[in-house]
Design a protein around this ligand. Structure first.
Ligand SMILES: Cc1cc2nc3c(=O)[nH]c(=O)nc-3n(C[C@H](O)[C@H](O)[C@H](O)COP(=O)(O)OP(=O)(O)OC[C@H]3O[C@@H](n4cnc5c(N)ncnc54)[C@H](O)[C@@H]3O)c2cc1C
Length: 248
């Protein structure tokens, strides 16, 4: 309601919404109310100053191609942005004005109700988008029993645990730790990848990582095309060797 009223009043050219669970819920409903277009999951934006159109560039077909979507007629152009895609850049001491608005709308119009609060959802260890160091576990993990050594490695490096989609599907780690097309986009300084094949749906989630170290028993694994350093070997053995080297 609030955004709809403000957009009708100020007529912005574009409204960007974080592609979070709440953002993906909010953006299309908000756009529909204004009768405008909504694109989703952009990883790049190109602005045309002449037309004020924005090209929302987003991975399609499992990341094999990039789709360019515009909203050429309706305004505002609404788009969700994949979380973690853009690095924060200070805008400097640009002049700005704070406008206070008081907007009334009937409470009866609010059709959502908070039914429950789950403290687990706010667990900081599940927020991998801003982690500087990530230890990513692939489907080669034997099971939850095999996780502690990887947790220790992540803790030792001041990082967080993450995983591929099948690790979530098997119930070993929660969905919030999945990196990739349907999960989180991360840009750590260091990503250690254990037992991950390197499917395009997964690797699109860490294309901005600074250094990637991949461990896989298969020397032909695709993950070796996406890493800075590749280690052909058993993931548990390599993890133990790393822990030993770090002086556990
Ligand atoms: C629409 C769509 C969206 C998707 N989104 C995502 C997503 O967001 N994130 C995601 O991760 N996946 C996603 N997927 C799934 C994705 O396509 C792959 O299936 C998945 O990433 C594979 O996970 P993996 O590499 O862990 O497992 P696997 O493909 O099973 O690979 C396991 C690897 O471990 C290696 N290995 C085996 N034993 C050992 C050992 N002892 N030590 C070391 N290495 C070993 C193997 O050689 C193999 O390369 C998506 C799929 C679709 C269709």
């Amino acid at each position: 309601n609030l955004f709809t009223v403000l957009c009708r009043k100020y007529r912005p050219t574009a409204v960007m919404v974080g592609g979070t669970i709440n953002g993906r819920d909010f953006a299309p409903r908000f756009a529909a109310r204004l009768g405008t277009g909504c694109t989703s999951d952009a990883t790049e934006l190109v602005w045309d100053p002449k037309t004020t159109d924005i090209e929302f560039v987003e991975p399609a077909v499992g990341g094999k191609m990039m789709a360019v979507i515009t909203v050429p007629v309706a305004r505002p152009q609404v788009g969700t942005i994949r979380p973690g895609t853009f690095k924060c850049v200070p805008c400097g001491a640009r002049a700005h004005e704070v406008i206070e608005e008081h907007i009334d709308f009937p409470v009866a119009d609010i059709r959502t109700e908070i039914l429950d609060f789950r403290a687990d959802d706010l667990d900081e260890s599940l927020n991998i988008a801003d982690a500087d160091v990530i230890v990513c576990i692939g489907n080669a993990i034997k099971g939850a029993d095999a996780l502690p050594r990887y947790r220790r490695l992540a803790e030792r490096l001041g990082g967080k645990l993450a995983c591929t989609r099948p690790v979530f599907d098997r119930g070993v780690l929660p969905f919030k730790l999945v990196i990739g097309q349907s999960g989180a986009v991360v840009k750590p300084k260091l990503l250690l990848s254990f037992g991950v094949s390197g499917a395009v749906n997964h690797v699109t989630g860490f294309s901005d990582a600074d250094v990637v170290v991949a461990v896989n028993t298969d020397p032909e694994a695709a993950i070796f095309n996406y890493c800075t350093y590749g280690i052909v070997g058993d993931m548990d053995e390599v993890c133990e060797a790393m822990l030993a080297k770090l002086g556990e």
